[in-house]
Ligand binder design. Sequence first.
Ligand code: GTP
Ligand code: MG
Length: 203
Amino acid sequence: MIRKAEFVVSNTNPAKCPKADRAEIAFIGRSNVGKSSLINMLTGVKELAKTSQKPGKTQLINHFMIDNRWYMVDLPGYGFAKVSKDKKEKWEVMISEYLTKRSNLCGVFVLIDSRLEPQKIDLEFLHWCGDQGVPFALVFTKADKLSKSQTDKNVKGFLGKMEDIFGEIPDHFVTSSEKSTGKDELTSFIEELVAEYESENTN
Ligand SMILES: Nc1nc2c(ncn2[C@@H]2O[C@H](COP(=O)(O)OP(=O)(O)OP(=O)(O)O)[C@@H](O)[C@H]2O)c(=O)[nH]1
Ligand SMILES: [Mg+2]
């Protein structure tokens, strides 16, 4: 259970992020998929991470301190059409630096809109994570928007693609930030990652 969550700092430069002296978990995915909303749902702090109906709200690497113990990170989304080429390239450098070099990163959650068929951009991004050895799990979002059977069908379809690409099905969670669906399962999983990191990184 998360008891306390506080904003720490926003950055464009991964090298300027807080000292990597504790476990860190990050959320990424397409613009508007619900990353910031998920952070607010998991922490129980309504406006901790800024959300918007318009894609492209989160622009920076945002660190939040959880229970004075570990960091939760909100990242800007990919795939927002109205972004200049220059900005897109800057995003790619910033995010790839962050995801591949952040030494205390013990879990990256790639958010997938549970309403949609598998999207090329998500599959490409996951391919890249696999190639780079980024430790990811999947979070399907907005499960309140469709019927359970439709959501299940989409999730199953996406996991089938994962099996085709990776030969195995990654850890995954079905969530709704509106209804707090999946909160306990995802929180427990994150807490396990944090505990594992701590047991490997204490002297
Ligand atoms: N119905 C429903 N709406 C959601 C859910 N999660 C997010 N939303 C809505 O989706 C929109 C985008 O949510 P954000 O959390 O800002 O998305 P984001 O991924 O952080 O977007 P960027 O910061 O632009 O990359 C907002 O209007 C949210 O209210 C959910 O679980 N259910
Ligand atoms: Mg956001």
